[in-house]
Design a protein around this ligand. Structure first.
Ligand SMILES: *[C@@H]1O[C@H](CO)[C@@H](O)[C@H](O)[C@H]1NC(C)=O
Ligand SMILES: *[C@@H]1O[C@H](CO)[C@@H](O)[C@H](O)[C@H]1NC(C)=O
Ligand SMILES: *[C@@H]1O[C@H](CO)[C@@H](O)[C@H](O)[C@H]1NC(C)=O
Ligand SMILES: *[C@@H]1O[C@H](CO)[C@@H](O)[C@H](O)[C@H]1NC(C)=O
Length: 213
C-alpha cells in the first residue's frame, strides 16, 4: 500500500549545507531491523534493512509475519545519490520506479545537522547497563519541523524522531550488524530493470519518510 495524502506530506526541498566545526559522522554499512511508529502510537512498519553508506543505497522490507500489526506493507529500494527509488511488489513481480525528491532518511545524519548533546542512556555506573549516545538535531528542509537523531559513539543510529506540524514519526533501529549481509538486496530486481520512471503528480514530494505517511 502506497497511499499518500498530499496534505500530510513532509515538504522536502534540497537543504543548503554549510561548513561547520562539528561535522556529523556518517553511519557505516549496516544490516538490521527498523521499526516505524507514528507518535500517535500507530505501528507503521517493521522489517529488515540493508544500508550501503558509501553508495547511499537502502533496502527496507517490512515484515508482515511480525506480530506488530504494522499498517504499511512495503518493500523499498532507495538510491539516494541517483535520486530514484523503487516500490517493489515481489508477490506479483511488479515494481514502480519514482523520482526521489529528498535524500533525508533515519539512518544517516544530514551534513548540516547540529550537535546537541551527549546523553548516557541507562546507567553510567553499572557495567554493561548503559549506552552513551550523541544527539544531533536539525530542521526539516522546509523548516516546518525538526528532527532529532540518537547515534552511538561509533555512529550507529539507534533512534530518530521527526516532528512536523501535521505528523510525527519515531524510527527505532535495532540489531545492527556492521556489514552488508546480502548485497543482492541492493541490486535492482530483474523484473524492475528497464522500468520507466513514473510521473509524480504536481505537489507530491517523494521521500523515504513520505512512504510512511
Ligand atoms: C560497503 O558496501 C559496499 C557495497 O557492498 C562496498 O563497496 C564498500 O566497500 C563497503 N564499505 C565498507 C567500509 O566496508
Ligand atoms: C520476518 O519475520 C520472521 C519471524 O521473525 C522471520 O523468520 C523472517 O525471516 C522475516 N522475514 C524478513 C523478510 O525479514
Ligand atoms: C492487531 O489488529 C487487530 C485488528 O485491528 C486487533 O484485534 C489486534 O488486537 C491487534 N494486535 C496487536 C498486537 O496490536
Ligand atoms: C501487483 O500487486 C500490487 C499490490 O497488490 C498492485 O497494486 C499492482 O497493481 C499489481 N501489479 C500487477 C502488474 O499486477
Amino acid at each position: 500500500m502506497y497511499a499518500a495524502f498530499t496534505l500530510f506530506f513532509f515538504m522536502c526541498l534540497t537543504a543548503s549545507s554549510h561548513a561547520d566545526h562539528h561535522q556529523p559522522c556518517h553511519s557505516p554499512n549496516m544490516t538490521g531491523i527498523l521499526s516505524v511508529m507514528s507518535l500517535k502510537g500507530e505501528m507503521k512498519a517493521y522489517g529488515a534493512f540493508t544500508y550501503d553508506s558509501m553508495g547511499k543505497k537502502l533496502r527496507f522490507r517490512s515484515n508482515e509475519s511480525s506480530p506488530t500489526n504494522a499498517s504499511h506493507s512495503m518493500d523499498l529500494l532507495m538510491f539516494f545519490e541517483e535520486g530514484i527509488f523503487y516500490e517493489i511488489e515481489s508477490k506479483n513481480q511488479s515494481c514502480v520506479k519514482k523520482t526521489l525528491h529528498c535524500s533525508m532518511h533515519p539512518l544517516d545524519i544530514p551534513d548540516d545537522a547540529t550537535f546537541s548533546s551527549n546523553v548516557h542512556s541507562g546507567s553510567a555506573s553499572i557495567e554493561g547497563e548503559g549506552l552513551q549516545l550523541n544527539v544531533w538535531t536539525g530542521s526539516m528542509p522546509d523548516k516546518k519541523g525538526h528532527y532529532s537523531m540518537y547515534v552511538t559513539k561509533g555512529c550507529l543510529p539507534t533512534s530518530t524522531f521527526y516532528f512536523t506540524e501535521s505528523t510525527s514519526f519515531f524510527f527505532s533501529i535495532m540489531e545492527i550488524e556492521n556489514e552488508i549481509k546480502d548485497p543482492d538486496l541492493l541490486a535492482v530486481p530483474h523484473f524492475c530493470v528497464g522500468q520507466p520512471v513514473e510521473e509524480t503528480p504536481e505537489g507530491t514530494v517523494n521521500s523515504f519518510l513520505n512512504e510512511f505517511v
